[in-house]
Design a binder for this molecule. Structure first.
Ligand SMILES: Nc1nc2c(c(=O)[nH]1)N[C@H]1C(S)=C(S)[C@@H](COP(=O)(O)OP(=O)(O)OC[C@H]3O[C@@H](n4cnc5c(N)ncnc54)[C@H](O)[C@@H]3O)O[C@H]1N2
Ligand code: MOO
Length: 330
C-alpha cells in the first residue's frame, strides 16, 4: 500500500495536525522550527505560515514499511551510536549525536561513506580522531524525504552492524607526564622557559598532569638521563622540548635515538609542527616537540596529544597521513 500524502491549502487547514516541523529562517537571527510536528493549525496561524512561504500543509497517512522522517532519523542515530554518545530529540527531521564525555572521537569513515551511499540517507560527522568535549555535537543523522522506506533503513543498519560501532568517543586516561626542556639558553638562565606553561595547559586540558619539568643543557647524555629518570619514576609519557631542528646544538632527536627508543617518525608532514618526533621507550611515548609549539596555537602536537592520552598507539602510517589537509600555517 502506498502512503497518502495529501496537500491541503491553509485556508482549509484549521484544526489539522502538522505532519512535520516547519522551518523559519531570519538571516543572522534565527533558524529553526516556527511550528512543530503535531501542532494543531489555528485560524490565526495563517499570516505566519504565509510569511515563511507555506500556502499548503501535508496530511500524512503512512503505509506499512514507511517511516516519518523523525523516526527514520532516530533509527539511523541508534544504528551508528557507539559508546559515550547520546541522541537528541528529532528536530526538523534531524537527530544529532552528542558526546557524553570529553574524549577522542572515533569514526569509521568507510562505514560513513557506505551509509551515505544508501539512497537519501544522511550521516554527517566530524573527523575521525578529533578531540571532542562533553555535550559537543559530533554527528547529525537525517533522511531527505518526509516519508522514508524502511528497507533502506535496514541497509543502513546492516552496514552499521558490520562496522561496530560507526561512531564512539574514547575516554582519556589521566597520564603523569615528564617534561625535559633542552636548550643552553634556558639552562643557563639567559632566557626564561616558555615551553613549560604551554604544555602544562594543554596536558591539563585533557585531565592529565605534569609530573615534573627538568632543564637539560644541549648535551645528549643529560637529555637521555633525564628522559630515563622520568620513566623510572613512573611517567607514562615524556615530552622533550626544543632542539628539534638542524643546528649542531639541536641534540634532542639524537638523544632519543641513541638511548634505544623505537622512533616511529622524526618529522610529521604537518605545518606547524613538522619537526616533531614520536618515539616509544620501554613502551612509554616520548615526543620531541619543536619550538613552534610555544608560539603556534595549533601544531602536530595538538593532533597527537589527545590520541596518545586516549591510549592510541601512534603508527608511521598515521603520521604519514597527516600531510593531507595538514597545512595550517607556514
Ligand atoms: N635551516 C632550518 N631551519 C629551521 C628548520 C629547518 O628544517 N631547517 N626547521 C624550522 C622549524 S619547523 C622549527 S619548529 C624551528 C624550531 O626548531 P627547534 O625545536 O630546534 O627549536 P630551537 O632551536 O630549540 O629553538 C627555537 C627558538 O625557540 C626558543 N626556545 C626554545 N625552547 C624554548 C623554551 N623552553 N622557552 C623559551 N624559548 C625557547 C629558542 O631560544 C629559539 O629562539 O626551527 C626552524 N628552523
Ligand atoms: O616544526 Mo616547525 O613547526 O613546522 O615551524
Amino acid at each position: 500500500m502506498k502512503s497518502s500524502l495529501k496537500e491541503v491549502h491553509i485556508s482549509q487547514a484549521a484544526g489539522l495536525v502538522l505532519a512535520h516541523d516547519l522551518t523559519q529562517v531570519v538571516p543572522g537571527q534565527y533558524k529553526g522550527p516556527l511550528f512543530r510536528k503535531g501542532h494543531v493549525v489555528r485560524e490565526e496561524d495563517t499570516e505566519a505560515l504565509l510569511s515563511i512561504g507555506k500556502e499548503h500543509i501535508y496530511v500524512i497517512e503512512l503505509a506499512a514499511g514507511e517511516l516519518h522522517e523523525n523516526d527514520a532519523s532516530l533509527r539511523i542515530a541508534d544504528a551508528v551510536r557507539g559508546p559515550n554518545l547520546t541522541g537528541t530529540q528529532p528536530r526538523e527531521g534531524k537527530v544529532n549525536l552528542k558526546a557524553k564525555i570529553d574524549g577522542l572521537l572515533q569514526v569509521n569513515p568507510d562505514a560513513v561513506h557506505r551509509i551515505n551511499g544508501v539512497e537519501q540517507a544522511v550521516l554527517s560527522t566530524l573527523n575521525d580522531k578529533e578531540p571532542v568535549r562533553a555535550g559537543e555535537i559530533v554527528a547529525a543523522c537525517r533522511v531527505i524525504p518526509l516519508i522514508y522506506p524502511e528497507e533502506r533503513l535496514k541497509e543502513v543498519e546492516v552496514i552499521a552492524r558490520e562496522a561496530q560501532p560507526v561512531l564512539q568517543v574514547k575516554p582519556y586516561r589521566a597520564h603523569n607526564i615528564g617534561v625535559v626542556t633542552t636548550g643552553n639558553e634556558i639552562y643557563h638562565g639567559r632566557i626564561q622557559d616558555r615551553f613549560g606553561p604551554v604544555v602544562k595547559e594543554k596536558v591539563e586540558g585533557y585531565g592529565s598532569r605534569i609530573l615534573g619539568q627538568t632543564l637539560a643543557s644541549d648535551d645528549k647524555q643529560r637529555i637521555m638521563d633525564q628522559i630515563g629518570s622520568f620513566i623510572d619514576s613512573g611517567a607514562d609519557m615524556v615530552l622533550v622540548t626544543g632542539g628539534m631542528s638542524v643546528d649542531p646544538d639541536d641534540r634532542t632527536p639524537g638523544a632519543i635515538t641513541e638511548m634505544g627508543a623505537e622512533v616511529v617518525s622524526y618529522g610529521t608532514p604537518m605545518l606547524p609542527g613538522s619537526m616533531l618526533l614520536v618515539a616509544y621507550y620501554r613502551g612509554v611515548p616520548v615526543l620531541g616537540l619543536p619550538g613552534c609549539v610555544i608560539h603556534d596555537a595549533f601544531t602536530s602536537f595538538d593532533v597527537l596529544l589527545p590520541r596518545l592520552l586516549a591510549g592510541e598507539k601512534i603508527t608511521r602510517e598515521e603520521i604519514v597521513a597527516l600531510g593531507y589537509g595538514g597545512l595550517h600555517s607556514c
